[in-house]
Write a protein that binds this ligand. Sequence first.
Ligand code: HDE
Length: 682
Amino acid sequence: MRGNKKELADSKDKQLENYRAHDEGKKMTTNQGLRVSEDEFSLKAGERGPTLMEDFHFREKMTHFDHERIPERVVHARGYAAHGEFELYESMKKYTKAKFLQEPGSKTPVFVRFSTVVGSRGSGELARDVRGFATKFYTEEGNYDLVGNNIPVFFIQDAVKFPDLIHAVKPEPHNEIPQAATAHDTFWDFVANNQESAHMIMWAMSDRAIPRSFRMMEGFGVHTFRFINEDGEAFFVKFHWKPTLGVHSVVWDEAQKLNGKNPDFHRQDLYESIECGDYPEYELGVQIISEKDEFVFDFDILDPTKIWPEEDVPVKIIGKMTLNRNVDNVFAETEQVAFHPGNVVPGIDFTNDPLLQGRLFSYTDTQLIRLGGPNFHELPINRPVCPFHNNQRDGYGRQTINVGRVSYHKNSLANNTPSLSSVDEGGYTHYQEKIDGRKVVARSDSFKDHFSHAVLFWNSMSEPEKEHIIEAFSFELGMCKEKNVRQQVVDMFSNVDLELAQRVAKNVGVQQPVINRGPKVKKSSPALSQENTVKKPDTRKIAVLVGERFNKNVPVIMEALKNIGTHPVTVGEKQGFIKGENGDELEVAQTFLTGDSVLFDSIYVVGGEDTSHQFFESAAYFINEAFIHYKPIGASYQGRELIEYLNLPSNAGIVMGDAPSEFLEEFIKAISEHRFWNRKTY
Ligand code: HDE
């Protein structure tokens, strides 16, 4: 397909339209097209008699139902996806010939699936875990998949260890406990005995592992890939997605409560944001290292447990992805999408990162069992938007009807077609890297430093982030029953920071290490700290606690909050309408039973003149929760009295005021801040 810009941007949606079925208003039929006259009672021998085998409608309906489930993904089972488009800002011609990265302003349709790694398909979404961030670009040269995570490094350096890592982190096999959690003995036993995981563990214990929203997390390609330009020149490249809303997280207590209050919190947030036009946006960045600089760094640039510090290798922003359409059907699209880091286009190639090399095998292999055969590329969500022709044939569920008798290469009967493409015609050629070595089962010496970047990460954290990491380690190890495992992990992380290890040791009842044998790294990377991220109020959800005879300014303030792009939601005692002091009405969207402080970014307490004691009790619970989670709290009118009555131990992030414009200015600033870590909560 060599269409114009607009056509390319719409091409995936148009293609999917051919497969959509609109059942509403139609007659019910069997899968054979036969109209159905009865769908409530099966065919029986007499009204109270047994069901008859000849009831083909019953048999078909039940058989289909019996086969509805497919195996969940062995990792990343719990996920949610959306459609969108990627727009290029700046041509990458100098570095790559990939067509979708040539012309500024060009748009490519994309499909993105976010996921947790460890839990089953129905698990809570606020697990402390890595998040998958997989993007399929439907380019005119075929599908390009950037199958990344929200953490830029990985636990292991060689794919051969992946099954071990996953066996260790999944629920323990003798009792299948715990679900969607790393806080158990086998995981931490793996960590202590496979110390290449040190850097990744620092990230996993940080706030990055409990994101506020899929819309507020970064994505990383993790591996070092290769760009190749028209002249055949190659560059090393790392990919980054940077959310325009910044990188934000929840606190651990909140995450645990959210899993109960709303285990769908992240998918609902994504779904509703797209439905209401708050389209999530991520800028695509690349870090590029030229081939001649391969060995100038004090780490191996192919090691997936290392980052390329942004201060040393700047991230060049080259385009923006906008997610603007929810799926029509979660199974057909989100569940059946098949990503593969090996789906590349001319101008993008692999490196010898041994983790990446192993992934190139695993993804097709897993799709074969998960999607039931070799034809999963024909599923609508997986089809490229450009034509595809080859001599592959048959297999379960084959849909394409290949016409003609030739299904082999080379041939004379079909003029030797499908024919091959030269490089100039877009034929893919692998980069001709020169390799000289012996076949060995080994790890390169340059991969043997496991702690320098773990220390770099620790050095880059702000004080509150460090506290959160210490708490996370203390929670996770605190859940391990084997003292020996706790001790080994504490000893391991004394190589990162002695105080970190000592404080965790104290919390989990093991001996405090006394020496740091780790590398002496002084460097830090400010880009790693969430303290330095983008802070704005956009799309934040505010619970407005409101009661009967509310102040006349309340609707005015709510309107103003809406106008700046936040989402105020009324929370009260009962659903239905309440009246203001001047007769205005407000509809209560959520009650104290259905809503909860953890579901909101901030709360605004206004109350009313006729609120009951029960209202005050429930509102006090909301306020206390928001307070211990460091959230901005606003209060006006009767709400101020309540805050004063509660006598909270700190007023950081608490904005009080009755005059709408002054109050709003301060409150909006507080909402942008997201959390007030300097608040004393005891
Ligand atoms: Fe994956 N990974 N992975 N992974 N991965 C899968 O493929 C695997 C790794 C990632 O939303 C599986 O279709 C191996 C790194 C994402 O559908 C499987 C290794 C990164 C997703 C698989 C890794 C990822 C997967 C399971 C070590 C970040 C979800 C189901 C060498 C760069 C994609 C599937 C989606 C899924 C194998 C490591 C990202 C089994 C062997 C590193 C986002 O094939």
